[in-house]
Structures are given as C-alpha cells and as structure tokens.
Write a protein that binds this ligand. Structure first.
Ligand code: AP5
Length: 218
C-alpha cells in the first residue's frame, strides 16, 4: 500500500497516519518529523530548515525531495509507505510521481483530510507532543491519563515551536496558497478520496479504513 495523506496543518494527518501505519504495517514517512529530527540534532540541514519552519513557511522543494529520495531507498519502504505532510507543492507531487513511476510503484491512494480553518487554530495551539515517542496529545480532547505526561513512557509533553497562534495562521495561509492546489492535481489523476476530518478521531479512522479496504479489493 502506497499512500499520501493530504490536508491542512492540524487536520489530523499525524494522528491518522500512526493508526494506518500500525494497522496496515506500512512505513509512516512524515517530512515534518524528519525535519524536526534534523533540527534536534543541529545538523546543517536542520539549521537551514528551522528558519523556514519557525516562520510558518515551507522548506525549499530541493531539500525535501533529496530527503524523500534517500528515505525511499531504505528497505522498510519496500513493504509500503504512507506520506504525511508530503508532497506539499505541485513540483513536489510531480517529482514524487516521477520517482514512483521509475520504480514501477505508483500511489494507490491520496486521502484528503478536509477540515475548515476554524477548527485548526484550537487543535494546534492546544496540541502537545511526546519528545520521546512522538505521540500526539491535545490539552482538551486528548490530555492523556496524567495530563502533561505521555501515556507510553511518562515523558513530559512539549509544545512545538510552530504551534503558536501567529505561526499557525501563517501555516494555514501557506497551505491555501501552495498546498491546496494539490487537491485539484490529485482529483484530475482520479486518485483523490476526501474525508470529513472535523469528525472524531475514531470515526475518521473508520471512514479511512473502509476506503482503503475498497481500494485493496480493486
Ligand atoms: P508538519 O510537521 O508536516 O506539520 P503540518 O502539516 O503543519 O501538520 P501538523 O503536524 O501540524 O498537523 P497534523 O495534520 O499532523 O495534525 P495532528 O494529527 O498532529 O510540517 C511542519 C513544518 O515543516 C512545515 O510548516 C514546513 O515548514 C516543514 N515541512 C514539512 N514537510 C514539508 C514539505 N513536504 N515541504 C516543505 N516544507 C515542509 O493533530 C493536531 C491536533 O489536533 C492534535 O492535538 C490532535 O490530538 C488533535 N486532533 C487530531 N485529530 C483530531 C480530531 N479528529 N478531532 C479533534 N482533535 C483532533
């Protein structure tokens, strides 16, 4: 199974991706997580990327595409993969198509998690993440057993630097300008399925499951 999860910041791509990756045993490839890893390690790439990320801007296509090309060479992506947060521009999508065509492994589905901006500022400004295992929480809707601490490993939860309201609004604007055109791009290829992502996590997951089962039967 080769999938793309598309949607605005806070749509729930990371939340759904970890459910799908576990259920279908595919590699979860999040370009945002890969970049944050580089930032944490203070690599040259990480330092360059941080200035774009903290300003709510996209990291240049070339940086992202080199990173993805290398990631796809890893053996674990052979069993299938799920892109979360990639592609994000039409040139990224065109390059991905070219890469996958060359490998004879086209995408099976592109799932758009569709949700209005009104929901997203709350979802993102109240999001907290586990710095150890990456689990995603929300201070109101998913606080965890002991609020402020990860259920899996007990680590103190942290807030992403780009989850303050000013940067969130900038990220939403960038989404509408540079990433939303991908909706038409994938609609035209017939690969797009749209899911209402304003519903509860479990309901969205059920809808995605049904959709993937249908695809698998084809
Ligand atoms: P990235 O890490 O990809 O962030 P994003 O796309 O902005 O998406 P988020 O991770 O913020 O949200 P999400 O949709 O995963 O939502 P989540 O499941 O966490 O990118 C960060 C930055 O890196 C970019 O701004 C850019 O600079 C750079 N970058 C990354 N990829 C790039 C690329 N390809 N090209 C160029 N630059 C790139 O959920 C959010 C919150 O809502 C959580 O608290 C969660 O608990 C809650 N929640 C989830 N689902 C629901 C629900 N159904 N109901 C209620 N609450 C929910």
């Amino acid at each position: 199974m080769r999938l793309v999860l598309l949607g605005p910041p806070g749509a729930g791509k990371g939340t759904q991706a970890s459910i799908i990756a576990q259920r279908y045993e595919v590699s979860h490839i999040s370009t945002g997580d890969m970049l944050r890893e580089q930032v944490k390690k203070k690599t040259k790439l990480g330092q360059e990327a941080a200035s774009f990320m903290n300003a709510g801007q996209l990291v240049p296509d070339k940086v992202i595409l080199d990173m993805v090309r290398n990631r796809l060479k890893r053996k674990d992506s052979e069993k299938g993969f799920l892109f979360d947060g990639f592609p994000r521009t039409v040139p990224q999508a065109e390059s991905l198509n070219a890469m996958l065509e060359k490998a004879g492994k086209p995408l099976d589905a592109v799932i758009l998690l569709d949700v209005k901006d009104d929901f997203l500022v709350n979802r993102l400004t109240l999001r907290r993440n586990c710095p150890e295992c990456g689990s995603i929480y929300h201070m109101e809707s998913k606080p965890g057993r002991v609020p402020g601490y990860c259920d899996n490993d007990g680590a103190a939860l942290v807030q992403r630097e780009d989850d303050n309201e000013k940067v969130v609004r900038q990220r939403l604007q960038v989404y509408h300008e540079q990433t939303a055109p991908l909706v038409d791009f994938y609609r035209k290829t017939g690969q797009l399925s749209e899911v209402d992502a304003s519903q509860e996590v479990a309901r969205i997951s059920l809808t995605v499951d049904r959709l993937l089962e249908k695809k698998a039967k084809k």
